[in-house]
Design a protein around this ligand. Structure first.
Ligand code: SF4
Length: 346
């Protein structure tokens, strides 16, 4: 028997063409599209303004591969973590992070990750597959619902900082963002979306060429090749010079500043040389630095540096006019914090 196709992999145009090929009106495609995206229908049965015979025909040809929120944990600080079951049984995690002024969704782009950052829990899962656009979209839609339910307002921001390297699943991430920002999807502004990458130079250039409208963040963690390679071994293949060139290219094309995500670890990058290297790296293009609080995934060599070391970073960066924010980690008690997503609740 032929495998049924996921209907949500079709564009609106493809859906319209499908109905025409079936001898129906193209308009029917619009109706079904609206059910699938604006109304979030989980079954053909739910499409009540579509005739029974058309619904049966759709059932014959397609499936709707919706995600299922398998479990939901709420942290004492209000952070919500969803374990999301995909149609093939695999699980990814996404997180809702509330602050006073906004609610942010942190979503996954791959099941596991093919990169091997040594400080990261997801890296231990290895990459199993890329997420489809609708699976990424569904995570955001689920969190949007939770934001409305618990905080009485819609989701305000999205960061692609969950499981996986988004630029290794670039086309699907782009398609998902198209849907998230379209009026038929969630109608969110791309300015409120940030794609956070470990820094793959050729993909950063591609994003600039594609004139994407969302924001770019790079997990930098060190501006010294030797140290960065130790933390993120793929830096050997994509060294800092290449990353710097790609970021310059990005800025020349988009005129948008980049955010550098940076963790200070005890005995790894908590020294003056690392601070100076970061300051020099920040001179290449307009940027800001987010110093992220780290949650150890074990008692190994990656432990958060002392407050004194972090203060040293802050004062030196500020002295050089670099904007620096300290990002307190949220949801620690439910393993929802940065670098902790590893399906541990399963
Ligand atoms: S930090 Fe990001 S890119 Fe690195 S292994 Fe973890 S999920 Fe992958």
């Amino acid at each position: 028997m032929q495998k049924k196709k996921d209907i949500r992999a079709l564009t609106k145009e493809e859906l319209r063409a499908f109905f025409v090929a079936q001898g129906d009106k193209s308009f029917r495609g619009n109706q079904v599209y609206e059910w699938l995206w604006s109304k979030g229908a989980h079954s053909f049965e739910a499409m009540t303004n579509i005739s029974k015979s058309t619904r049966a025909m759709l059932e014959e040809h397609f499936v709707i591969n919706h995600i299922q929120v398998d479990s939901m944990q709420r942290s004492s600080d209000g952070t919500v973590k969803n374990a999301v079951r995909l149609h093939d049984g695999l699980i990814v995690e996404s997180v809702l992070i509330p602050t006073e002024s906004r609610t942010t969704a942190c979503v996954s782009s791959q099941v596991g990750c093919s990169l091997n950052c040594n400080f990261c829990a997801t890296a231990r899962l290895k990459r199993m597959r890329n997420l489809n656009p609708d699976e990424i979209y569904d995570q955001v839609a689920a969190i949007n619902k939770e934001s409305l339910l618990y905080y009485n307002h819609k989701l305000s921001n999205i960061v692609f900082m969950g499981m996986g390297e988004p630029l290794m699943n670039y086309n699907n991430v782009l398609k998902a963002i198209d849907k998230i920002t379209s009026p038929e999807g969630l109608g969110m502004s791309p300015r409120r979306i940030t794609v956070s990458t470990s820094g793959i130079p050729k993909m950063i250039k591609k994003m600039a060429d594609d004139e994407v409208k969302f924001n770019l963040a790079v997990s930098l963690h060190s501006a010294i090749d030797e140290i960065r390679t130790k933390i993120m071994p793929f830096n050997e293949t994509f060294p800092l010079d290449d990353l710097r060139d790609a970021l310059k290219y990005w800025y020349a094309k988009t005129e948008r500043r980049v955010t550098y995500e940076y963790v200070v670890w005890d005995g790894i990058n908590d020294n003056k040389e690392s601070i100076n290297a970061l300051i020099n790296f920040c001179k290449h293009i307009p940027c800001k630095v987010n110093l992220i609080e780290y949650n150890p995934i074990d008692d190994g060599e990656y432990q958060q540096a002392s407050q004194n070391a972090i203060n040293n970073y802050i004062s030196n960066l500020e002295m050089h006019g670099i904007v620096v924010n300290v990002r307190r980690s949220r949801g620690k008690d439910i393993d929802a914090a940065c670098g902790q997503l590893a399906n541990k609740g399963q």
